[in-house]
Write a protein that binds this ligand. Structure first.
Ligand SMILES: Cc1cc2nc3c(=O)[nH]c(=O)nc-3n(C[C@H](O)[C@H](O)[C@H](O)COP(=O)(O)O)c2cc1C
Length: 350
């Protein structure tokens, strides 16, 4: 089996996790230039913005980089569920003096498609990673013909086996500690989700491709622990959230660097899919997994005006404060410094 650095052509087997909404090409460039694999999250980029960011990446680094897409199936809108959801949010709208009738429509997250592939092809991305499975087999085959390495996240052993059977060159084992969306795609049952230390060795034993550990890794000791459990490399997200090149808001940064970051939960309130973030007022008052929340990504639309209203007042009570369970690595430092600290973990063994 190839090592991860042979597969990715990076100096170190470290991937900066793509993090939609809190970063652009600048973070990816800094990490790639520091010897890791920088990632550009594309799920929330319209085509023109995506093209611009790809140009930036190409100009900003001569080293390999990764582009990341979601590959969910957009849901049919469900009027009854939407009405129940709006009724649940109505007291907050009343408190804010907002009108529920003015909620903007809009999906919020765009899945990978043939049009995305057309846009990507001229850039020949060295690595393309996915969340929520893989796109259709002909699209996977097309990316491989350009020479892209294809990765995706698995949250169970079954998902890891499925990804390898459908063409993934390596699998990201996303433990329950991880910040942001669970990459789960074969089940919606969150009781199937397990922590990194339990998931990683089981996936390593089940598949014959490199396995990348993700979730809760915040420093060099965490990197060394993942490598000791059989990881071929690591993917780190939360530890990059407060670095200079991230676009994380001041509110989100303050929460990550406060005591509040010790309490995170999986919640579907912000998008419709379970994702890990710091517990705030809306999560406390509605409960983290709201049965009324519309399917991903439709929950986003009705939450957005509340978020904007309260953020303008300096409050993150209705904001998705995405974070993994271990925010202890969040430092206000250049991404190259965070990267150098993490890669020390490849040089020591436990
Ligand atoms: C703010 C944030 C946004 C994220 N967005 C994405 C994304 O767009 N695509 C993706 O594949 N993973 C995304 N993730 C999940 C990461 O790929 C990864 O699984 C996670 O960050 C690893 O756990 P850690 O945060 O404890 O390091 C996101 C994570 C965070 C914290």
């Amino acid at each position: 089996m190839k090592t991860l650095t042979d597969l990715l052509h990076t100096e170190f087997p470290l991937i900066q996790a793509p993090m939609a909404g809190v970063q652009g090409a600048a973070l990816a460039i800094a990490v790639s230039n520091a010897g890791g694999l920088g990632s550009l999250p594309c799920a929330m980029l319209a085509p023109d913005a995506l093209r611009l960011e790809l140009e930036r990446l190409r100009q900003g680094t001569a080293r390999p980089w990764n582009v990341n897409f979601f590959c969910h199936t957009p849901p049919e809108p469900d009027a009854t569920r939407e009405a129940t959801w709006r009724a649940a949010l109505a007291p907050f709208y009343a408190e804010a003096g907002l009108d529920l009738a003015t909620v903007p429509a809009g999906a919020g997250r765009i899945p990978f498609s043939a049009a995305s592939a057309d846009l990507l092809e001229p850039f020949h991305p060295p690595v393309v990673s996915f969340h929520f499975g893989l796109p259709a087999p002909e699209l996977v085959a097309r990316m491989k013909r350009w020479g892209s390495v294809v990765l995706s996240s698995a949250t169970t052993v079954d998902e890891a086996r499925w990804l390898v059977a459908h063409g993934a060159d390596a699998v990201i084992a996303q433990g329950l500690e991880a910040g942001g969306h669970r990459g789960m795609f074969l089940t919606e049952d969150i009781t199937t989700q397990v922590g990194t230390f339990a998931l990683l060795p089981q996936i390593v034993a089940a598949v014959d491709v490199p396995v990348i550990a993700a979730g809760g890794i915040a420093d060099a000791a965490g990197v060394a622990a993942a490598m000791a459990l059989g990881a071929a490399g690591v993917q780190v997200g939360t530890a990059y959230l407060c670095c200079t090149e991230a676009t994380t808001s001041a509110l989100h940064r303050a929460a990550l660097q406060s005591e509040a970051a010790r309490h995170t939960a999986l919640t579907n309130l912000f998008t419709g899919r379970p994702a890990r973030g710091i517990v705030n007022r809306v999560v406390r008052e509605l409960g983290p997994m709201g049965a009324a929340a519309p399917a991903f990504p439709l929950a986003t639309a009705a939450m957005a005006p509340l978020r904007a209203h309260f953020e303008a007042l300096g409050s993150g009570d209705f904001s998705p404060l995405w974070s993994g369970q271990n925010a202890s690595g969040c430092r206000s430092l250049p991404a190259a410094d965070i990267t150098h600290q993490l890669i020390r973990g490849f040089k020591c063994s436990l």
